[in-house]
Design a protein. Structure first.
Length: 215
């Protein structure tokens, strides 16, 4: 299992949503802006793409992230993550157990999405390297998972498991400190960086919560 030191790049964990951009050129430019701003962990999460389309985009992001010594995580598809030389794979709760994935793909970091204390315990038991816990705050992207968990639930999870816990769901810049105060290792987010009018600068502002852009 990876140590928290090994996973320090994941403390500011940005998830892709290319639907927010008018074309791939603008999407890739936005990704590079975020990397220039200090993001060192990017999850490729584009569920509508075919395997061949996902591989093509993943290769482009692998080149970009490598240029900035950033980690690339592929959502769900461990075989694609291995194929393109990504650093890891991120699994949902309704997936193969982390230890089964790791036995087949031992070089990959394996993260798991969790939405309850029980889910966090299970992910740890099954050998996940890190977890996301969501939704902390109200957010449309996590509405299907029910009401916001809140900071108290976040604290219970961070105290109950030894895994790095990334707080997710409704994260904004001013909410980062209170998530860290509850024991979160870092934060995972989508829209607050991508929707920014200055992605590079906004990403840099986020990195200040983790010691600057040399995360």
């Amino acid at each position: 299992m990876q140590t928290q030191k090994d996973l320090k790049d994941l403390r500011l964990y940005l998830i892709t949503d290319r639907s927010l951009f008018e074309g791939q050129k603008y999407f890739l430019s936005a990704v590079e802006d975020a990397l220039m701003g200090g993001v060192r962990a990017l999850q490729l999460r584009e569920k509508d793409l075919s395997d061949s389309e996902l591989i093509k985009l993943a290769i482009q992001l692998r080149i970009l992230t490598s240029n900035y010594k950033a980690k690339l995580i592929i959502n769900s598809r461990a075989e694609i993550a291995e194929k393109i030389g990504a650093d890891g794979v991120h699994l949902t709760e309704t997936r193969l157990p982390a230890n089964e994935v790791k036995s087949s793909f031992p070089d990959l970091i394996v993260g798991v999405s969790t939405h309850s204390l029980e889910g966090a315990h299970l992910a740890e038991k099954e050998g996940a390297d890190y977890i996301t816990f969501s939704p902390i705050y109200k957010t449309p992207s996590k509405a299907s998972y029910g009401a916001p968990q809140g900071l108290n639930s976040l604290q219970k999870v961070t105290q109950a498991v030894r895994l790095p816990v990334l707080a997710m769901g409704g994260i904004t810049l001013h909410r980062v400190p209170e998530c860290l105060e509850q024991g979160a290792f870092g934060i995972a987010l989508i829209s607050d960086i991508w929707d920014s009018s200055n992605i590079k600068e906004h990403s840099f502002e986020y990195t200040q919560n983790f010691g600057g852009n040399t995360l």
